[in-house]
Design a protein around this ligand. Sequence first.
Ligand SMILES: Cc1ncc(C[n+]2csc(CCOP(=O)(O)OP(=O)(O)O)c2C)c(N)n1
Length: 258
Amino acid sequence: MTKVDTPVFTAPRSLKKVVTHFCPGCQHGTVHRLVAEALDHFAVQARTIGVASVGCSVFLYEYFDIDVVEAPHGRAPAVATGVKRALPDRIVFTYQGDGDLAAIGTSEIIHAANRGEGMTVIFVNNSTYGMTGGQMAPTTLPGQKTSTSPYGRDIANDGRPIRMAELLTQLDGTSYSARVAVNTPRNVLAAGKAVRKAFQTQIEGRGFSFVEILSTCPTNWGVSPLEANERIATEMIPCFPLGTFKDWALDAPGTGAK
Ligand SMILES: Cc1ncc(C[n+]2csc(CCOP(=O)(O)OP(=O)(O)O)c2C)c(N)n1
């Protein structure tokens, strides 16, 4: 029999072939792959500039084979605004956790979206500040125990989780906003499509695009990787429904509604 050497599964060109630092069961690696696949798909690796934020994702400049600028806490959308305005032919994306985007940088994300900046924002929501020891975030679920809410998030005291994808949908400058998860193969495929659509939005000059990705943090949730993955389905998705909340292709007649 002839041996077939054609690989059926290859690494994205936009990722370096290095070992990452993420904890077992963390889904940042999966999200990195989806972003890299989108860059490969549109063949924009050479003209893409990533803006790294703080938190566990900070080392993306070690993993992506693209140019990356590092932004201070929460300021990635502001830095990306400057990069995109200075170099409008580049594809610019930020990659941010919930502590960074929904707490420290609330103002930056809202105003970048409202201005309709031509950037793509990848928002990894693991409902906690992962890198710094699992503190409560604006996305922490009601009752969820964290290092700063050891008895569980109390909504009377701490408010309810912020749904960023829906919130940004309200702003006229937002052209595309979706929430996805990477807890099942089916959801990973849907997440990949959303990430591609977000980059397509930018490549076609259609303004601000946002993808929220529900993601695990087994280390700070204090559960096994498998339990963390199951928790996405049983607890996170009911609180943060998956879906496309705004899509220029659907919302604007005459722009190619599908
Ligand atoms: C003691 C301490 N407080 C605050 C910071 C600033 N800081 C850096 S990373 C981070 C948390 C980021 O969490 P998130 O954006 O949710 O990303 P994740 O680590 O979960 O991926 C904070 C608050 C710090 N480095 N050290």
